[in-house]
Design a protein around this ligand. Structure first.
Ligand SMILES: [Zn+2]
Length: 154
């Protein structure tokens, strides 16, 4: 999967995106490559909410995955966008006073979740991991159940 950010991201979030993609590599059979700039090769292009992106998210929605180009005649996605609501005042109020490690992990948690949607897994149904929609500084990984789904689908 080729991924990119559609404009340069500050390392405080850009490195989290890279880590979350590396985690996907490490946990699954997928192989991901950071390929900037975004272009026709892009599978997953990441946006900051309110800066670029196809839609603008409500303040309390931290991220979204949108398939922007479907494969012809197949129910699969060819190109997609990940929108990260890094400027959310709701997020800022929730994370007020957190140290840099906690903040970094919370961002990893959100990105892990949206990348999970990009590879076809849905919300946590009691199996744990980052597909639970609750913001967390601890849960940065996919549970084995989701890893199995991701490997089976790709
Ligand atoms: Zn979700």
């Amino acid at each position: 999967m080729d991924y990119c950010t559609v404009e340069p991201w500050d390392p405080t979030i850009g490195q989290r995106f890279g880590e979350a993609m590396s985690n996907l590599d490490n946990q699954t059979d997928l192989y991901d490559t950071y390929m900037n700039p975004c272009g026709t090769q892009t599978d997953l292009g990441a946006h900051r909410n309110g800066v670029t992106g196809e839609v603008e998210l409500p303040d309390n929605v931290l991220g979204m995955y949108i398939c922007t180009k479907r494969m012809p005649s197949v129910a699969r996605c060819d190109q997609a966008s990940l929108i990260f609501n890094i400027r959310s005042s709701w997020l800022q109020s929730r994370t007020w006073g957190w140290n840099s490690t906690q903040l970094a992990n919370a961002r990893r948690n959100v990105l892990c979740h949206e990348i999970g949607h990009a590879v076809g897994v849905y919300h946590d149904t009691g199996v744990g991991g980052c597909m639970n929609s609750t913001l967390s500084t601890q849960v940065l990984y996919y549970p084995q159940h989701h890893v199995d789904h991701i490997n089976a689908a790709h």
